[in-house]
Design a protein around this ligand. Structure first.
Ligand SMILES: NC(=O)c1ccc[n+]([C@@H]2O[C@H](COP(=O)([O-])OP(=O)(O)OC[C@H]3O[C@@H](n4cnc5c(N)ncnc54)[C@H](O)[C@@H]3O)[C@@H](O)[C@H]2O)c1
Length: 440
């Protein structure tokens, strides 16, 4: 099939590349000229494990191309995917200007039937709005399909190639037939395609992300309580996770959810409910608790140093909002950096993939290290904000030789408590017992 993908971010580029991998001809469009040129030159603009092999193969085999020319892409395509940003607007509701703007531009270019697929995360009713934009600009028949994307950054290629499920919102038989054909290679193992109406499909995505954010937040509150009552969140996690109704996944406490999806989607769903005079109370609590959770690690540091970290120097491991990505949108590490620097401390950070993005954002507000051990030089303490695998089993002898103090604040519970006792560290993690005699 001939496919156009509008927007080549984390979702659009993975979608376009993975659709090319099953033999489709895919043309990807972006307004960012530098990004498009980079891709034309064979360079990936994002870090996503496994994407490079597919990207290079499909370019070489002539199935994947890039352009800034929307007209060129629209002309040939039978199916047009929109994978555009839906950031929070001023009031926190999803800003649909990218989607509706692109819909308007596309509507002026279509000369024959097309399926317009919305892959972005959007509020209920957006498919109708997109339809109305087309109706206002053209008599050509089109179908608007809601096809929310559930991929996770870091494992996005696997998630796209072998999705748990595909959700397709459409009431058009013609669009349903084309979408079934397109997705058939990805559900060969029997994973379902759920067809539903557009509104249910749109809400499915917000419901999924909000539910997951709620699960994380619930565990963060359990972890906070564990610290107060002297329980161990790892034990509690295992105790509840073995119940199939609860499940083992997404029960790890931390320093608040971040990323480009959960914060904005929880907020957008809450705002959408408000707009329909429904007070979605759980989501409001989730947002409030998450804001507080982001402060937990910095508060632990301040308490340890008796409220005064002026002149102290900290090593920070991890900047990306989660491992295996260079995405730093709403990353908890950014909050920690702000708090430490605001209180007069200096920071040297290391992240395997996200340092360039943070440099662009914060400039010389902090220093960056060549590797995780370099980051430790002169550090009064180490803070851990992202659970990259490379941090899980470090060379503790090397660390001890470099660090000024054997003090670690771990926002991701990477290390075994007994091991840290044996190594003689002050080790403060989330929802677990505080270790070492130097307790604060
Ligand atoms: N990132 C994720 O993990 C993820 C997962 C599922 C769903 N989503 C949703 O998918 C959507 C896209 O997210 P993303 O993370 O890929 O965004 P992104 O910011 O990484 O990418 C968006 C791209 O669209 C381009 N763009 C903006 N306006 C354009 C236009 N008029 N024409 C062509 N290109 C244009 C931008 O230059 C950018 O390259 C959002 O609604 C998001 O909520 C994201």
């Amino acid at each position: 099939m001939k496919i156009a993908v509008i927007g080549t971010g984390y979702v659009g580029l993975v979608t376009g590349t993975c659709l090319a991998e099953t033999g489709n001809n895919v043309i990807c469009v972006d307004i960012n000229e530098a990004k498009v040129q980079k891709m034309i030159d064979g360079e990936l603009p994002i870090y996503e494990p496994g994407l490079d092999v597919l990207f290079h193969r499909n370019i070489a085999q002539g199935r994947l191309s890039f352009t800034t020319d929307l007209a060129l892409a629209v002309k040939e395509a039978q199916i047009i995917f929109m994978a555009l940003p839906t950031p929070p607007g001023g009031d926190g509701a999803a800003d649909l200007s990218y989607i509706l703007g692109a819909a308007k531009d596309i509507s002026k270019l279509v000369t024959e039937y097309k399926v317009i697929v919305n892959k972005s995360t959007v509020p209920v009713g957006t498919a109708d709005k997109v339809h109305a934009v087309f109706a206002a600009n053209t008599d050509i028949e089109i179908d608007v399909v809601s096809n929310p994307e559930f991929l996770r950054e870091g494992v996005a290629v696997d998630d796209f190639m072998k999705p748990d499920r595909v959700v397709i919102g459409t009431t058009s038989d013609r669009a349903k037939k084309l979408m079934t054909e397109l997705y058939a290679p990805y559900v060969r193992q029997g994973n379902p395609i759920f067809f539903m109406d557009e509104k249910s499909s749109e809400l499915s995505k917000y419901a999924a992300n909000s539910f997951l954010a709620t699960k994380i937040t619930f565990m963060n509150e359990i972890a906070n309580l564990c610290e107060i009552v002297g329980a161990d969140v790892d034990a509690v996690r295992k105790g509840i996770g073995s119940d199939e109704r609860i499940g083992k996944r997404f029960l790890f406490p931390g320093i608040g959810y971040g990323g480009s999806c959960f914060p904005k989607d929880v907020q957008a769903l809450s705002k959408a409910a408000d707009a329909h005079d429904y007070d979605f109370q759980i989501l409001k609590s989730v947002m409030q608790v998450n804001e507080t959770q982001k402060t937990v690690l910095a508060k632990k540091v301040l308490k340890y140093f008796n409220g005064d970290i002026k002149g102290k120097h900290f090593a920070l491991w991890g900047l990306a909002f989660k491992p295996e990505t260079d995405d730093i949108r709403e990353a908890p590490a950014l909050y920690i950096i702000d708090e430490l620097v605001k209180n007069g401390a200096t920071v040297t950070a290391f992240d395997p993939e996200a340092m360039d993005n943070v440099k662009t954002l914060v400039g010389d507000k902090i220093s960056f290290a060549e590797d995780q051990y370099d980051a430790l030089a002169n550090a009064d303490a180490l803070l851990i904000a992202t659970e990259w695998s490379v941090f899980r089993n470090p060379d503790f002898d090397k660390m001890e030789a470099i660090m000024k103090n054997k003090v670690i604040f771990d926002g991701r519970n990477l290390f075994d408590l007994q091991k840290m006792i044996d190594l003689g560290y002050y080790y403060n993690s989330i929802g677990r017992k505080l270790l070492n005699s130097q307790t604060s």
